[in-house]
Design a protein around this ligand. Structure first.
Ligand code: 9PG
Length: 537
């Protein structure tokens, strides 16, 4: 171990080399001793949906509820670490607004604030670290450059404008309804037509999670759907969660050995969704990899040139793998197989661990799901869950991840122009649209028949214009003639006190009971169906 002096900081690592005014160090761990106690810590969430935000060091990040969802909303390995901590990188802010930053250049790494020391470590082996101080945007830009050299960049090809089925129809999609929407979008080059290059079919087309064949709602097959989308002049896009497997699927029945197990031989939970327990594929199992590649080639052969691959964190959960690879290395190994099999298709990752996906995808979701509401008081005050769908949650985390822009297309999720089926205020809708302008990714799920004439015109205008943009402050951006300040929306609400904390714990426990979740899901679905009956596409 060696001590290095960077201004008033003492850094301990195995070896070091200067890099501009910063340092690249190496070793299984690195420690930066801080001269004074910092006020705020930058929590960096493990995957797309996980909270990423600056938090006061005097309060700890809330342990989200319910715990059954932990594998799908955070990195379960660190959920009980009481220190401010985060995946791959972390920073503290000093009195003068400058930051002190540690960022890993390798996988399976974590950073925490331990008293007055900022520490980084590798779960296995050792690799390099970037240590820097200064202005946050500048430090993050230098980190991005190093990550680009290490992991590569997305192909950063032309950005697509995307119509996605999820945020209006959810799982209630079917063939005729999607074809009606495709038709209503108009001709892509026409004056009235809405210029979306991509028409992306989300969750709801498949037989099951692990059974990636069309269900009864798509009687003509997915290849016919793709052909119709192409005939309308658009690029067919398809959603899949290829690394997840549910007990009702044929993969679970026939290939239990492809699934991720723990050291005791038990299946590793990947969370709970679609009223079922989720499990993960072991992306080092040769047969599982062959199956994955064949699945991707099938989707390509159907005609899909845009793939939204979701719930990808499953491939990087802790467990004991077929060939003993460390977890994020194993995930990246699987992602390479996927990337190759996808060929020239555009690859959007979602629910994805951030660093291990770099260089292998074209776009990446960098925040949780938006929603047709601003925030859900239940998720905020009772479940203290900021990875849950909600527009405010999405804005907060996305803004803190925009530094990834030189490496990958940063997807902040969809925007809304409709007022129908929407509880967002006009100001909130504009804010979300502005965020997507800044992030440089334009998508919506608005059903054309739900738009007023004025809303359709506004959406058309939004898709067609690319105003001049400039970052003018930490969370301030010049967009054309307007200056947009996102700072009022990135803060965290106070931790709930009595009695909300008690109610929250109770509701959290109830949500851990699969039978109760099934009842909840069924009632949610009934409500959704009723709403869709009242709002025909
Ligand atoms: C389809 C959806 C959409 C969406 C994705 C993803 O933590 N959660 O409970 C959780 C559930 C669903 C979810 C995100 C988080 O949404 O982000 O765009 O494709 O799957 O099921």
């Amino acid at each position: 171990m060696k001590n290095i002096q960077l201004e008033q900081l003492t850094i301990t690592a195995e070896s070091s080399r200067p890099k501009g005014g910063d340092f690249v160090l190496s070793g299984p761990s690195v420690t930066v001793n801080l001269p004074v106690a910092p006020k705020r810590y930058l929590y960096h969430g493990w995957q797309s949906w996980t909270l990423t935000a600056w938090l006061e060091t005097s309060r700890r990040a809330p342990i989200m509820r319910p715990s059954i969802m932990h594998p799908m909303q955070t990195d379960p390995v660190y959920i009980h670490d009481k220190r401010p901590n985060g995946a791959w990188y972390g920073a503290v802010e000093m009195e003068n607004g400058q930051i002190i930053f540690i960022g890993a250049l390798g996988l399976e790494s974590h950073v925490a604030l331990d008293g007055n020391a900022l520490k980084g470590w590798y779960e296995t082996g050792n690799d390099e670290w970037f240590v820097a101080t200064g202005d946050e945007s500048e430090v993050m830009a230098r980190y991005a450059e190093l990550l680009g050299e290490r992991f590569g960049k997305g192909r950063l090809r032309k950005l697509y404008r995307v119509w996605c089925s999820w945020y209006s129809l959810y799982t209630e999609i079917y063939e005729e309804q999607l074809l009606k929407i495709l038709n209503d979008l108009g001709s892509i080059g026409g004056a009235q037509g809405l210029p979306f290059e991509v028409f992306q079919i989300d969750d709801g087309w498949q037989k099951g999670i692990g059974d990636w064949e069309p269900n009864a709602k798509f009687p003509s097959g997915m290849d016919r759907m793709a052909a119709q989308i192409k005939a309308a002049g658009r690029t067919p896009g398809l959603w899949l969660a290829p690394l997840l497997v549910v007990p009702s699927s044929s993969v679970y029945r026939d290939h239990r050995n492809w699934l991720l197990h723990d050291a005791k031989g038990r299946l590793v939970s990947a969370g709970f969704n679609w009223s079922e327990q989720l499990y993960a594929l072991d992306t080092t199992h040769p047969e599982a990899l062959d199956w994955l590649a064949a699945l991707m080639r099938k989707v390509r052969a159907w005609g899909y040139d845009y793939a939204k691959l979701d719930f990808l964190y499953a491939g990087a959960l802790a467990g004991k793998r077929y060939n003993g690879m460390p977890r994020e290395t194993a995930y990246r190994h699987g992602l390479k197989v996927i990337r190759t099999a996808l060929g020239e298709a555009y690859f959007l990752t979602c629910g994805a661990p951030i660093l291990p996906s770099l260089g292998l995808c074209d776009g990446m979701r960098i925040g949780p799901d938006v929603s047709n509401y601003w925030e859900n008081p239940r998720d905020r005050d009772l479940l203290v869950n900021f990875a849950a769908p909600g527009t405010r949650n999405a804005i907060r985390t996305t803004l803190n991840r925009l530094w990834l822009q030189p490496l990958v297309h940063t997807d902040p999720d969809v925007v809304y122009f409709r007022s129908r089926q929407n509880a967002l205020t006009p100001e909130q809708k504009t804010l979300l649209q502005d965020l997507a302008q800044v992030a440089g990714f334009k998508a919506t799920s608005d059903v054309p028949a739900w738009l007023t004439e004025a809303e359709r015109v506004a959406l058309h205008e939004y898709l067609e214009t690319s105003p001049q943009m400039k970052k003018t402050g930490k969370y301030k951006h010049q967009i054309g003639e307007r200056e947009v300040d996102f700072s009022p929306f990135i803060g965290m609400p106070p931790l709930p006190g009595f009695p909300k904390n008690i109610w929250g714990a109770l509701i959290g426990e109830l949500a851990n009971v699969p039978a109760l979740m099934k009842i909840y899901d069924a009632s949610y679905r009934r409500t959704l169906r009723k709403a869709l009956e009242k709002n025909p596409v």
